[in-house]
Each structure stands twice: as structure tokens, then as C-alpha cells.
Design a protein around this ligand. Sequence first.
Ligand code: C2E
Ligand code: CA
Ligand code: CA
Ligand code: CA
Length: 279
Amino acid sequence: AKEKGKNTYQFFDETMEVEIRQKLNMENALRKALENEQFVLQYQPKVDVLTGRITGTEALIRWQHPALGFVPPSEFIPLAEETGLIIPIGKWVLSTACAQCKAWQVDEKLEMSVAVNLSMLQLRQENFIEMVEQVLMETGLDPQYLEIEITESSAMNNIELCIQRLIALKKLGVGISIDDFGTGYSSLAYLKQLPIDTLKIDRSFINDITNSEDDAAIVQAIIAMARILKLKVIAEGVETQEQLTLLEQYKCNAVQGYYLSRPLAAWDVVKRHRERMVT
Ligand code: C2E
Ligand code: CA
Ligand code: CA
Ligand code: CA
């Protein structure tokens, strides 16, 4: 029994050591990723339901590590937030997305907005507004083409700071979307105080919209509420024609999801934009 206990102890010890070492390796790799240019952005089209046209895209970060391979954002964004690396990474995302959006306008004559996901840690930075202003100035992008996505739960957990920062952001002329809407227990009183343009209905509600009467009712309620508050609504995670048809009936303004398009490389967005979108 004594021996077994010892082995068990060693087993845990080694597992923990391996885990800690893996995490440190990952952290070191993440530190080097920016300077080694291992990050890329993909852009997922946002499609207007009435016209079927691409009106904008959402920038989504990807990490191509030479040894680890493709690391999805769900696996490194939390670590980037823990280590503070999200600050330089987030600035790179913003700057790259704005430059790309400007290039689409100048080189391709495509008028599309670009949306960037924001971590609460970035918003908390003292110089956050100045940083955004600087990126807009350096890239020459008209602020009306930039949209910031912030998740409902992070907004509600930091409401006072969010109200203050988002109002300042709005004054620059930047658009603001509430991401993953429906999952974050919004208080309507707070929602009214935030200078929001768009609600993005969370994928989990769209998933079951054709089978679950509850989810269909929730989606209709969100759309009705958005109309009263004079907000636009976009549904994320649209994967089938049946879901799209329902969202059309409910008068959802815009849709995003694999059925319309997967996230694309920048040059594929241009191709896709020129093809006629059928909805
Ligand atoms: P999100 O902002 O909710 O982004 C939507 C996610 O759903 C993306 O995953 C997208 O590829 C995926 N998606 C789009 N359409 C569909 C669909 O029809 N079906 C399904 N099943 N999935 C769909 P991705 O790119 O892996 O990003 C995951 C999350 O990582 C994002 O969720 C966002 O929270 C975060 N993220 C991505 N890029 C950035 C970034 O640049 N900065 C920050 N702070 N977070 C980012
Ligand atoms: Ca998003
Ligand atoms: Ca989302
Ligand atoms: Ca999400």
C-alpha cells in the first residue's frame, strides 16, 4: 500500500510537471509568434439578408506554428490574456485588419467594413482610445468602416468601464457590436446605456432554431427588442438554408456562418465579393 501511494504521488507530480512545462513552452512560443510573423488573419463575410451582398467581414486570428501546426484561437487567446500578450497581439490584429480594409477600398474598390474582436484587457488599457486613433491614422481607414466586437458577458462584467470606453470609441466614429448576445445576462438598463450599433445573436440559439421552439422564440424576441432599441441584428453560425430562411422571415438584418462562407484569406474575400451571392 505504501509503495502504491508513492507511485500515485509520483504519477501526479510528473503529470503536473509535464503540464507546467508544456504551458511554459506554449508561452515562450506565443512570445515569439509576433516577431516571427506566425499570426495571420482570416476574414469571415457578413451578408446582408435582403441583398445577399457582403457588407463587411470579421477578422479572426490564426496561429501557424512551424512545429505545433495550426493552433486555434480558443487555445491561445486565454493564454495571451493571462500573460498580457493579448495587448501587442490585439494591436497587431487591429492594425492588420484596418490596413486590409483600406487596401480593399483602394486597390479593389470594395466598400466593406471590418470587425475586430476585442479583449476586455485591451479595453482596460489607459491608452486604449489613443491606440485605436493612432492605428486609424496610420492605416488611413475612415473610422466608419471599423467595427469593434465585444462579448456580452465581458461587457456586463465590466459595465462602468465599458460605458466610458465605448462612448469614447463611438465618438471616434467606430461601430460597436455586442458579440455572443443572449448568453451574457444583459440588463436592459445597461444595454440602453451602451452606445451599441449591432447585436450579434450567439451561435447556440441559431444552431437549434429549426428544431427548438424555445430558441426560435428567443431569436424572434432578440430581433424585436433590437428593433425597439434601433439596433441592427446579425445572426452568427448560420449553417443551413433552413436556418437562413427562418432568419429572413424573422427580419434579421444580416447573417454570418459556414452556409454563407467560412472565414477566408484576404484575396478570397475579393473573389467571393465579386461572385453573386445567392440567398
Ligand atoms: P467569435 O468572435 O464568436 O467568432 C466566431 C467563431 O465561430 C469563429 O471561430 C468562427 O470561425 C466560428 N464560426 C463562424 N461561422 C460558423 C458556423 O457556421 N459554425 C460554427 N460551428 N462555427 C462558426 P474561431 O475563428 O475559432 O474563433 C473563436 C473565438 O476566438 C472567437 O469567437 C473570438 O472570441 C476569439 N477570437 C478570434 N480572433 C480573435 C482576435 O483577433 N482577438 C480576440 N481577442 N479574440 C479572437
Ligand atoms: Ca466575434
Ligand atoms: Ca460570436
Ligand atoms: Ca463565440
